[in-house]
Design a protein around this ligand. Structure first.
Ligand SMILES: Cc1ncc(COP(=O)(O)O)c(C=O)c1O
Length: 144
């Protein structure tokens, strides 16, 4: 996970990974960054650390565009490195990416609801019925 990852995402990843018995490696990134090479170098170093002593890297969390600070990450290159290095799975935080997609490329978030076809802004404003039940579920209860 990049040092620049979104705070709430960082906390979620920490919580899930710790619960699963793993640990998180943060890719330290200097600021300001002068080139993509700096990102790639630090990313590769973190993968090496994760793979030390025969361990596996189960998940790479990569942002496309970070928000604090604002940096476009060379996500294609990092995903390619993950594939070459045998990382099990990748998760790309593309929260800011749709607006950045090159002209002519059609991107749509996965939520399709009432306003489909009426433009991204209005389509995103009403995403339909939300299911809050997962937040109300307690997986284990101990009764003393
Ligand atoms: C990079 C990034 N990821 C994730 C989020 C979280 O988005 P949300 O609060 O809509 O889930 C944000 C919010 O600004 C963000 O900047």
């Amino acid at each position: 996970m990049l040092h620049y990852a979104y705070g709430a995402v960082k906390k979620s990843i920490e919580a899930y990974v710790t619960r699963a018995g793993g640990h998180v490696i943060e890719v330290p990134l200097p600021f300001p960054l002068n080139s993509n090479d700096e990102i790639v170098t630090e990313f590769k170093k973190a993968l090496d650390k994760g793979k030390a002593n025969g361990r596996r890297v189960r998940l790479a969390v990569i942002d496309h565009i970070t928000s604090m600070p604002c940096v476009v990450i060379p996500v294609k290159e990092l995903v390619k490195i993950c594939r070459e290095e045998g990382v099990d799975q990748g998760f790309v935080d593309a929260a800011h990416s749709i607006g950045k997609s090159p002209k002519g490329v059609e991107l749509h978030h996965p939520v399709v609801s009432h306003e489909y076809g009426n433009g991204l802004a209005i389509e995103s404003a009403w995403i339909g019925t939300r299911d809050y039940s997962p937040q109300l579920v307690v997986s284990v209860i101990s009764i003393l």
